[in-house]
Design a protein around this ligand. Structure first.
Ligand SMILES: [Fe+2]
Ligand SMILES: [Fe+2]
Length: 212
């Protein structure tokens, strides 16, 4: 199953906001894979290609996507919360909701991980289990659609405008260390580099201009 999502070059650690947008494209891609394979193979035996697609998606959400949540909650959101810009502070009122989305998403991802691992082990999935899986995937799709739009249209757009170059540089360094074997991470498989080629990015609109 192809993973080529777009033609634009990947951002690097000198472009932390753009890297976060690239992560969103991966989240959308791998969630889409789970949804597509469930729709196509939920009532029949898995093929080897379908197995590999499921396994790749589980691996992404277990070992790579959590770094994105940490990037936001540990590197981006605290810097936004510290901003003195009135427009930033208004948007930041949404941060609590975004963090609640993260926690809710973790619950759904744990459910998906459990069900898909059972599916991979047996080669087929029973009707009730498939229904539970579909419910969890639907919940994730709905949550991510609103969540990603909110982050990209408001939070990321303002961050690009309002965070100082030094803050963005520090964020990029933190993101790099988070993905190193001896970095900031809390455990799990090392993430030396991005797992996929990606994607078109939209730059957010310019808001409040400050002296930062
Ligand atoms: Fe988020
Ligand atoms: Fe995000």
């Amino acid at each position: 199953m192809t993973v080529q999502l777009g033609a634009k070059p990947l951002a690097d650690f000198s472009q932390p906001i753009e890297m976060m947008q690239d992560c969103h494209r991966r989240i959308e891609h791998f969630l889409g894979v789970l949804i597509k394979v469930t729709a196509q193979y939920g009532t029949r035996e898995l093929t080897e290609e379908a197995r590999q697609a499921l396994a790749a998606s589980l691996n992404y959400f277990a070992n790579f996507a959590p770094r994105h949540t940490e990037d936001e909650e540990q590197s981006l959101f605290p810097r936004m919360r510290a901003s003195q810009c009135a427009e930033v502070r208004e948007v930041m009122a949404e941060l609590d909701r975004l963090e609640r989305d993260h926690r809710q998403g973790e619950v759904h991802h744990a459910r998906v991980d459990q069900l898909v691992r059972q599916w991979l082990a047996s080669g087929s999935i029973e009707a009730r289990q498939r229904e539970y899986l579909q419910q969890a995937l639907d919940a994730l799709a709905s949550m991510y659609a609103a969540h990603i739009q909110q982050e990209e249209d408001h939070v990321f757009a303002l961050a690009s405008q309002q965070l100082a170059p030094g803050e963005l540089r520090d964020m990029g360094e933190e993101m790099k260390r988070r993905r190193s074997p001896h970095g900031l991470r809390r455990g799990g498989v090392g993430e030396a580099s991005d797992p996929l080629p990606i994607v078109a990015r939209d730059k957010g609109g310019p808001p409040c201009q400050s002296s930062m």
